[in-house]
Ligand binder design. Sequence first.
Ligand SMILES: Cc1ncc(COP(=O)(O)O)c(C=O)c1O
Length: 384
Amino acid sequence: MIPGPVEVYEETLEAIAEPVRAHYGPEWARTYWEVVGLAKQVFRTQNDLFIWPSSGIGMIDATFGSMLYTGETLLVIANGSFAGIFQRVAQGYGLKVETVEFPWGQPADPEVVRACLREHPEVRLVAVVGNESSTGVVNPVKELAAVAHEFDLPLFVDGVSAISGVDMPVDEYGIDVCITTSNKGLEAPPGLGLISISPRAWEIIERKKADRYHGYYFNLSMWRETAYDPHWHDYQPYVVTMPTNNVMALRASVRRILQETLPVHFARLRWARDAVRAGLRNLGFILLAPEECASPTVTAVLTPEGLSADELLAYMREERGLALGAGLREMAGKGFRVGTMGKGATEEYLTDFLLGVEAFLRAKGVAVAEGASLVGLKTPAKAQ
Ligand SMILES: Cc1ncc(COP(=O)(O)O)c(C=O)c1O
């Protein structure tokens, strides 16, 4: 139950084990576009969407490299470890970075972002992590998009642990560029990056392109040109070799999610989150994120005084065969992270996890009533 890559369902594994297909040809192109269409339903967008052989960071690279010139300024909204990636990618492109910081465990405040943008008219793009995987905090993306748009700026959202877990409709929220990977909320193996691009973002990308190309593989204009070139569209709508087995696995997984229906899927993840939170709270653990912004996909937990997070992680791994995420940076050694995506959001996995934590506490001499951690599992999931 690490916060990705997640444990995937059997039909997804079966799909990745199919014979290898060529990444071109009319039949394959139809499959590719079908999966793009399915992914758009999960993103809830009419924007262009590409599936890329890449990790999540590759999609950040593609965005910054295609939307900003060297020397231009990016505003990073930071309230956890993953916002730090923006700064490192920006450095690689020689961008200037302005950062507006919020405490770990708290959501970004759109008012503070507005004040920062007033002070920094040089900003050309605003970037935020939709769901901070280090703290388990969901940021107010809709409000942040509205603030960015007040200044006629595009909003980039790293939706790596948000898409298909957090109820974050891309078009309704006004997200200009949204990225994710196959191996978190989309519940498929690692290997694919997904990116959606709004007309506002395209307008900027195309303006930059007139002056020069920025790279090749991670160049959004290049991907757009190939995808919509009449020669390539129905044959090979991208410039590289696509990992076809990963795309087949993604198709199986996204079909499964859409079959469950998004409202029911989101409700089940919220139910899993609430079961983790109620159970751990009952055992004396402290939850980093407040209730109102608590992530349905990742819960960051602080271990109570006298208990070692590292020992707990080792016990769970060695004695119970269950992997959890370690605390990152500020949280290193102080806590751990639980992912509730894929099989991690099923009653079976949640029960194993919670009873495992109980057993660890008993092994450490803490008196815990049998089943005290299962309080939250009894409440049924409710679609909103
Ligand atoms: C919010 C967020 N952004 C970016 C990344 C990095 O993604 P990748 O390792 O696929 O490049 C992660 C990985 O956990 C993440 O959780």
